[in-house]
Design a protein around this ligand. Structure first.
Ligand code: C5P
Length: 404
């Protein structure tokens, strides 16, 4: 499933400018994704781009005529028309030639002319041979465009079409779609500090073995990305996960519940909103065996002691902060969550019944209900975790607005 904010692109006027690089074929997929997200997509092709992909392909996918001729009747000024109909211009891929023309304000074809008639934001995705990318002229053009406010999605490292290895690869259509989504998000969390926990904790019982849970961390990481994209400053305290650290988020890596508690306490004072999405282990082995426990009797007992309930302790000193807990339950989820919300002094609790399909640990989607301290209940459908995170943040923003 796509990591896409539900409805975020519906009706948004996105123009994809395609220039003549071998990776132009990826623009076909991007236009298809944008159309599926119900954006109003228009495509502008340079002459060289037409050598790689035909206008017809884009016309069919976008459901609109493609812009590729500056002097094509009946519209005498297609570049002006296109500029007026664009809220975001994405150049995917951007060749060295395009960068040079844009940097120097040339208007030699429809796409570069449109740039001059357009006042909105431009997202540029360069792709080329690594030597071309590091050429001083290209670097200089990128710098000029950056200074003019253009936003760049840097090329990736990898095998290039010419057979060389290095930076220069065009990022995937899915990645660009995520960037495009970000452009249209409200910046309603600006000035707020979010403290989010994610992942499992590892409780060691010897130097090799651990007690843990199946938590992947995906929900907490998605929440961190959503809050970041809406303008919040985010500290993400994470137990061990296999997920890449989200860019622009302060990641504090911890292992055990006690470490998580210490990290959360360190960042609590500055937080306006605390979301405990981590699956903290309720117990830890009473003693940690040095080295590796040897195989012995048929049956052994492993004494466990309670870990502190981090959230409950925060609940006692929450002040004006918003405190959000998660409850993963197997059956009778709502009743149990209601009790937890009370006991831990939370503003709201996100409930998932892990026995339901498409919900909970490890999955890319989640099915949650949100229970507020005032008794309000919101049931959400099955959503990918990023969309689910945005919906949760919408509810947080709404509830703060309601309480004044
Ligand atoms: O009581 P239960 O463990 O089911 O509550 C889950 C919520 O409490 C989650 O938000 C989880 O992050 C948090 N929690 C905690 N410290 C613990 C156990 C759970 O903060 N030791």
């Amino acid at each position: 499933m796509l990591s896409q904010v539900a409805d975020g692109l519906r009706g948004k006027k996105v123009t994809v400018g395609v220039t003549g690089g071998i990776s132009a074929y990826k623009a076909v997929e991007l236009v298809s994704l944008l159309t599926r997200a119900e954006a109003e997509v228009r495509v502008a092709l340079t002459r060289a781009a037409k050598e790689f992909v035909t206008p017809l392909t884009f016309e069919v996918l976008s459901g609109r005529p493609v812009y590729h001729e500056l002097f094509a009747a009946p519209d005498p000024v297609p570049h002006i028309t296109l500029a007026r109909q664009t809220e975001l211009l994405v150049v995917y891929p951007a060749t060295a030639n395009f960068l040079a023309q844009a940097a120097w304000g040339l208007a030699s074809d429809l796409l570069t002319s449109t740039l001059l008639a357009y006042e909105g934001q431009v997202l540029v995705c360069p792709a080329m041979n690594q030597k071309m990318l590091s050429h001083p002229a290209v670097k200089d053009n990128i710098r000029r465009l950056r200074e003019r406010g253009y936003i760049f999605l840097p090329p990736e490292e990898g095998r290039l079409a010419c057979g060389e290895k290095g930076p220069g690869r065009l990022p995937s259509p899915e990645q660009v779609l995520e960037e495009i989504n970000r452009f249209f998000l409200p910046q309603d969390l600006k000035g707020l500090n979010f403290l989010i926990t994610a992942g499992p904790t590892w409780e060691s019982w010897d130097e090799v073995r651990i007690l843990t849970s199946r938590s992947s961390g995906k929900m907490g990481y998605a929440l961190a990305r959503a809050a970041r994209d809406r303008g919040a400053r985010v500290v993400l305290v994470s137990g061990p996960t296999a997920l890449p650290p989200p860019v622009g988020v302060e990641l504090v890596a911890v292992t055990s519940a006690l470490e998580m508690q210490a990290a959360v306490e360190r960042h609590f004072a500055d937080a306006d909103v605390v979301i405990m999405a981590a699956a903290v282990s309720d117990y830890r082995p009473k003693e940690r065996v040095a080295g590796k426990l040897k195989k012995g009797p048929e049956e052994i007992l492993l004494p466990l002691v309670r870990n502190p309930d981090i959230l409950e302790e925060l609940g006692r000193k929450k002040g004006r902060r918003l405190l959000v807990g998660f409850a993963a339950e197997a059956g009778e989820a709502l009743e149990k969550a209601r009790a937890k919300l009370k006991a831990k002094g939370l503003d709201l609790i996100v409930v998932n019944d892990i026995t339901q399909q498409g919900a909970g640990f490890g999955a890319d989607t989640n099915v949650v209900s949100v229970l507020f301290a005032n008794g309000r209940l919101v049931n959400m459908p099955q959503l990918d975790k990023l969309t689910c995170s945005h919906r949760l943040i919408d509810l947080l923003v709404e509830s703060v607005g309601r309480d004044g």
